[in-house]
Design a protein around this ligand. Structure first.
Ligand code: TZP
Ligand code: MG
Length: 223
């Protein structure tokens, strides 16, 4: 999978995050700031509205050469020709999604435990979304808060595989370097971070994405 997962934006359509702004405007600002993947995640809108929004987001993402993935809804991804989907443990199975999506569609799977990660890898997932990294008000029904140590334990245990990985949950400017550069020579490092509020809720999503991209590119000095 030749996709840069380094700064992976996950959208949120709740008023607390959008603060009256249009989702497309916020996402386009984030793209200008350098996000490398966009996942449209919308737990509230009905199917018609999701398709309409996803179609607009897809057009915007295409302008920036960035893939659009759809959370949960394989039908919405198919309707708009998105580049792929992100599926949780309670969504359509990887095997079912694989059957109905185009051959080159990207399928990412959420994993909160080593067992879930191993199953997703065996299925053939293109990447894993590992979390929850840190507790976050954006998603309060999380099953496990892994922290950097818990995440690294999963990464170490799957270090013989080439699966791509991002971490999600509570990642922001102040902790992103700690998340990405957990240790100087890990058995397996994350390919990126998935972020909602630190970009979507920022007053200036472009500047927020630019700053995060800079922090991700620059390893901190190890003691
Ligand atoms: N899955 C685990 S945590 C989370 C999701 C979708 C939300 C992350 O949001 P934020 O605002 O980046 O903490
Ligand atoms: Mg889901």
């Amino acid at each position: 999978m030749a996709v840069d997962l380094s700064l992976y934006l996950v959208t949120d359509s709740t008023p607390a995050i959008l603060k009256g702004r249009n989702i497309c405007t916020v996402v386009e600002e984030a793209l200008k700031g350098g996000v490398t993947v966009v996942q449209y995640r919308d737990k509230k809108s009905d199917t018609g509205d999701q398709i309409a929004t996803a179609r607009k987001l897809h057009q915007i993402c295409q302008k920036y050469g960035v893939p659009l993935l759809i959370n949960d809804r394989v039908d919405v991804a198919l309707a708009v020709g998105a580049e792929g989907v992100h599926l949780g443990q309670d969504d359509m199975t990887f095997a079912e999604a694989k059957k109905i999506l185009p051959k080159d569609a990207i399928i990412g799977i959420s994993a909160s435990t080593l067992e879930e990660a191993q199953k997703a890898i065996a299925d053939g997932a293109d990447y894993l979304g590992i979390g929850t990294m840190f507790a976050t008000p954006t998603k309060t029904n999380t099953r496990y808060v892994l922290g950097t140590a818990g995440t690294q334990a999963i990464l170490d245990a799957i270090s013989t595989t080439s699966v791509n990985t991002v971490a999600i949950g509570g990642i922001n400017h102040s902790n992103v370097q700690r998340v990405i550069y957990q240790s100087e020579s890990p058995k397996k490092a994350l390919d990126g971070v998935a972020i909602v509020s630190a970009i979507m809720a920022a007053d200036d999503p472009k500047a927020a994405a630019e700053e995060l991209a800079k922090l991700i590119k620059n390893p901190p000095a190890f003691a």
